[in-house]
Design a protein around this ligand. Sequence first.
Ligand SMILES: Nc1ncnc2c1ncn2[C@@H]1O[C@H](COP(=O)(O)OP(=O)(O)OP(=O)(O)O)[C@@H](O)[C@H]1O
Ligand SMILES: [Mg+2]
Length: 287
Amino acid sequence: MTEIDEVEAMSDAGTTVTPPTALVKVTDLRKSFGRNHVLRGVSIEVQKGEVVVLIGPSGSGKSTFLRCINFLEEPTSGVISIGGSVAHCGTHGKAYRSAEREIRLKCGMVFQDFNLWPHKSVIENVIEGPVVVKGEKSQSAVLRAEALLEKVGLSDHKDFFPGQISGGQKQRVAIARALAMQPELMLFDEPTSALDPELIGDVLSVMKDLATEGMTMIVVTHEMGFARDVANRAIFMDEGVFLEDEKPGELFLHPKHERTRRFLRHILPERDDGRMASETGGADLPE
Ligand SMILES: Nc1ncnc2c1ncn2[C@@H]1O[C@H](COP(=O)(O)OP(=O)(O)OP(=O)(O)O)[C@@H](O)[C@H]1O
Ligand SMILES: [Mg+2]
């Protein structure tokens, strides 16, 4: 039964029901490195325009999850569907390879350590993907790159090299570079965790603008203020599974699992009276 069949079957009055608009649907995704079973059957749907924040302890599989859904790592098994391209992982056939290629092009990824080309200028970094991967004419790629650099507040730095700009500026270039490929989904892997505190705000504000414009985003971050203000959902991941998937306020204030509570105790500020924010109505969650 297809998804649309299912929806029609659910419609008891016989009226037409709008089919689900999930941009991302991941079903039972598994990834092992040898005997290390890192993703142990992860499923998620993300609607177009949703912002999902992923939190969890080190080694729980957050980066591996992001890397698998845009095929920087080859998943062991599971089904990944993004914007209508469906990859049945582990099959390795022609259909799988072509879905993999389509999905890669639909995802933009931003890494903790920027991954810019050090020998290319800011604008060359931004046009590289469209020109080299998509074969776009450099004139139109440059025009779009200039608009994107303006959007991330770096018009004045287009001819600088990565070694000449700050970490926060590098990360904003990395965001512009990912957007230059016109992705349908943006994946962020701890985009601010390598930055000095005073540089974090500018990067978060660019991400917030993107969310406001309707970009679908999956963000691994422990910036709880961002999660609370911008995300529609927050997922707690532990030992290769998604343990809780809730509205951010609900997850932070009323975690259901002891493992979630234990983790939040580490990352949420402790109050003077020793209680955690989840016991105080969240009044002291960081901005
Ligand atoms: N390329 C790889 N080869 C072998 N093992 C790997 C590889 N990538 C990740 N792993 C293992 O997968 C597990 C999960 O790693 P992952 O980087 O996904 O965790 P994480 O939740 O992102 O952690 P962190 O918060 O520290 O970034 C770890 O045990 C790690 O050693
Ligand atoms: Mg990681």
